[in-house]
Design a binder for this molecule. Structure first.
Ligand code: FES
Length: 138
């Protein structure tokens, strides 16, 4: 009798906990959109003044293109490494900023420099072709 009750309890626990496990477990990234997109034409360079940024979609994820004060162009996956909020460039502090918990990143390297983010942003490649800014996978 005890064995039967124990078995039922284990099965019931498994049935009850499996949906919670599925919800919390990381999923493999199998999005066709993300695997197929290799580059995006974001804008004309003349449309992106120095010390400004532009958020855009790179397939299934948000991305960020930055034109720094020193005329550099940098692009990153715009997903905060803390809890996944979308980050933006703030010209007033010249940093990439996450409004969720105040995380900050260096706009030239994507390195996490303030707040809770535990690691740098993933970087993307930037090229300018006939005044068109093209961002592609690094
Ligand atoms: S999600 Fe960006 S700082 Fe928390």
């Amino acid at each position: 009798m005890r064995t039967a009750l124990g078995t039922v309890a284990v099965l019931w626990g498994g049935v009850a906990l499996y949906p919670i496990y599925r919800y919390l477990a990381p999923r493999p990234d199998t999005s066709d959109d993300e695997t197929q997109v290799t580059s995006v034409e974001v804008c004309k360079l003349s449309e992106l003044p120095k010390n400004s940024g532009k958020n855009f979609r790179f397939g299934s994820f948000p991305a960020l293109l930055i034109h720094t004060e020193d005329d550099g162009l940098h692009a990153f996956k715009a997903v905060c490494t803390h809890l996944g909020c979308t980050v933006q460039y703030r010209g007033d502090i010249q940093r990439i900023f996450c409004a969720c918990h105040g995380g900050q990143y260096d706009p030239t390297t994507g390195k996490n420099i303030a707040g809770p983010p535990p690691k740098p942003l993933d970087s993307l490649k930037v090229a300018v072709v006939n005044d068109q800014v093209v961002v592609s996978r690094a």
